[in-house]
Design a protein around this ligand. Structure first.
Ligand SMILES: *Cc1c(COP(=O)(O)O)cnc(C)c1O
Ligand code: SF4
Length: 319
């Protein structure tokens, strides 16, 4: 992670892109800083200003535009906080903000303005947090963040050993981009730790474009499967990046080759700074319809949208 790009000029230089010739205006000092690993950057095409991986991380001046309907907390995370670092919106599931850190900064991230200082867990889950989680209604814990796999193995071991003590827990879920963004994070120690967890573990990856998947990712995912984790993928529908049927079809198929089943395609959450990525609902439904005609049922992601206050993610077709 220390080798990641955090300066725009370095990233552009590496990609052999001349700033003065770019078809859009970049932001040199965005409040949500540039960050991308060399692994991810190495899958971008050189001299392509519209590379779908580059567009996910490139800070644009456009992000500062104030757009109607876009806000700091589009999905009502703050109202869902039941204790520091614990969000609960849905029956049976509690989500832990394990860390503010990510190995990549995705420009469309719905938590890009999240007040992590106030809302992340302590090193050790406090008695108060353990009490909140130790209720029959919570049968699944979701490790989120930030990216939970940016925590080191010692912190993860500690966290898992605390969660293991919850008598009502039936499943553990990890939401992470790390196996894709930094494949070397999938160490034998991590695989062993997950394998030893006494409950079923599901890893929900976040991959938006088939170009994100290369040989190094395939190897990491192959290792991860040794931990017996189920692997699912969620993507965000992003204008100019993956808003084409062929691209999402290729993503579902390539992911499957690496052991991943599609889970969700999210309609972009209306977070301030992301309006230029929005795909219309009509276009999203059209893509969903086309995918349905081209893929077997088990390779079809569910197209969903999150509406603050609802009891689940909502099928896009319902609105
Ligand atoms: C999205 C989300 C979940 C997970 O929902 P699933 O439909 O089970 O994937 C859980 N908790 C919170 C707070 C969420 O935002
Ligand atoms: S990895 Fe996830 S949490 Fe981190 S910036 Fe990207 S979308 Fe946001």
């Amino acid at each position: 992670m220390a080798l990641s790009f955090s300066r725009l000029s370095k990233l552009l230089e590496w990609l052999d892109l001349d700033r003065s010739e770019l078809p859009y205006a970049c932001d040199d000092s965005p409040s949500f800083p540039l960050r991308v690993t060399r692994d991810f950057a190495s899958r971008m095409h050189r001299r392509d200003a519209y590379d779908p991986l580059l567009l996910q991380v490139l800070p644009l001046l456009q992000e500062s535009a104030v757009v109607d309907g876009y806000s700091q907390d589009p999905v009502g995370d703050m109202n869902a906080s039941v204790s520091q670092g614990v969000l609960q919106k849905y029956n049976g599931r509690a989500l832990l903000i394990t860390t503010p850190a990510c190995a990549i900064h995705c420009r469309y991230c719905f938590r890009r303005h999240f007040p992590y200082q106030q809302q992340h867990l302590d090193q050790q889950l406090s008695d108060q947090t353990m009490e909140k989680l130790n209720v029959p209604d919570i049968s699944e814990i979701i490790l989120s963040g930030g990216d939970p796999l940016t925590l080191n193995d010692q912190r993860l071991t500690q966290l898992l050993s605390q969660l293991k003590q919850l008598p009502h827990l039936k499943r553990l879920r990890i939401h992470t981009r790390m196996p894709v963004i930094l494949p070397s994070r999938v160490t034998p120690e991590l695989v062993e730790m997950l394998r030893n967890f006494p409950l079923p573990v599901t890893t929900v990856l976040h991959i938006n474009h088939p170009n994100e998947l290369d040989k190094s990712v395939a190897t990491a995912l192959h290792q991860l499967r040794h931990s017996n984790t189920h692997m699912l993928n969620q993507a965000v529908l992003l204008k100019g990046i993956n808003d084409k049927t062929e691209i999402l079809k290729a993503l579902c198929e390539k992911g499957f080759d690496m052991g991943i089943l599609p889970y969700y395609v999210h309609q972009l959450d209306k977070v301030h700074g992301s309006a230029h990525f929005q795909v219309s609902r009509e276009r999203a439904l059209e893509i969903e319809e086309q995918l349905r005609k081209q893929l077997p049922g088990y390779l079809l992601p569910r197209f969903v949208t999150e509406i603050a206050g609802e009891e689940s993610k909502m099928p896009l077709g319902m609105f």
